[in-house]
Ligand binder design. Structure first.
Ligand code: B1M
Length: 210
């Protein structure tokens, strides 16, 4: 008999197949699928968040845990009635013009997806116009911009200014992140929030849509 402790541990340990099998076995034995997600998979990922923030877990481990959690969610999804799956929101995310660093952005995408967000990843090197197009097409609640170079940080402000110019600034919350970005910088350029890392970005997005 599997229990939530076991599934939490397997997410924490980044065991993809084990998590998938445990999740499937729990729902097949009659456990409420949403409990499996909330009390098992998300609870396991929350432990990861705590350790990651404390510097006791590192990026490759976080990626494996996120993959394990996604595998568990996939196994459980067929057992959930359509209207029970609650997407907290839609987020359009990409790196800004001139910036090709996408490892951190990809990690943020994965963690947001594992928290149930619908993530529209527009990739790297996005001009303000490309962000605006994506907002018009996907109607997200949140736009996320990532930058790893001090030379591309100004593109974040240029993008926000372009949103104002296009009359869409008030339709979305804007969050920024990336190694050289700071909370102070985010405030200065008029963003709605700053995510220090992928887990902080997830927590921020949940706060912004709730
Ligand atoms: Co580049 N690079 N790089 N690089 N590179 C840095 C960033 C650099 C600090 C290295 C150094 O000099 N010490 C330096 C920048 C210096 C500066 O601006 N102050 C630098 C440079 C100079 C360059 C080039 C200009 C080098 C050259 O060609 N002369 C060039 C520029 C290319 C371009 O973008 N136009 C370049 C190229 C590259 C590679 C292509 C070789 C490769 C990128 C591969 C890829 O991403 N697909 C690369 C890499 C790998 C790095 C380092 C080594 C690692 C970056 C990384 O992936 N970190 C980096 C040095 C370093 O950081 N130690 C460096 C791991 C990742 C998980 O962390 O991205 O910070 P990070 O993401 C975190 C948080 O920041 C946050 O969450 C993530 C997870 O916790 N986060 C967000 C990120 N985005 C977020 C968005 C959010 C919220 C949180 O909301 C939307």
């Amino acid at each position: 008999m599997v229990d939530f402790e076991e599934i939490k541990k397997s997410v924490f340990a980044g065991q993809v197949e084990k998590t998938r099998n445990l999740a499937a076995s729990l729902v097949q034995s009659g456990t409420d699928p949403l409990s499996v997600i909330n009390d098992g998979l998300i609870a396991g990922m929350n432990e990861v968040g705590i350790k990651f923030k404390a510097g006791e877990m590192f990026v490759p481990e976080v990626i494996m845990s996120a993959k394990a959690m996604s595998a568990g969610v996939e196994a459980v999804k067929p057992f959930i009635k359509g209207d029970e799956i609650q997407t907290p929101g839609v987020i359009v995310i990409g790196t800004v013009k001139g910036d090709l660093h996408d490892i951190g952005k990809n990690l943020v995408c994965m963690i947001l997806e594992s928290a149930g967000f619908k993530v529209i990843d527009i990739g790297v090197d996005n001009s303000p116009e490309q962000f605006i197009e994506a907002v018009k097409e996907h109607q997200p609640q949140i736009v996320g911009m990532s930058a790893l170079l001090t030379t591309t940080m100004p593109a974040m402000k240029e993008t926000i200014d372009a949103f104002v110019e296009a009359g869409i600034r008030d339709t979305v919350k804007i969050i920024v992140g990336g190694a050289p970005v700071s909370r102070q910088f985010a405030e200065e350029i008029g963003a709605d929030g700053y995510g220090e890392d992928a887990i902080a970005a997830r927590d921020l997005c949940i706060k912004l849509v709730s």
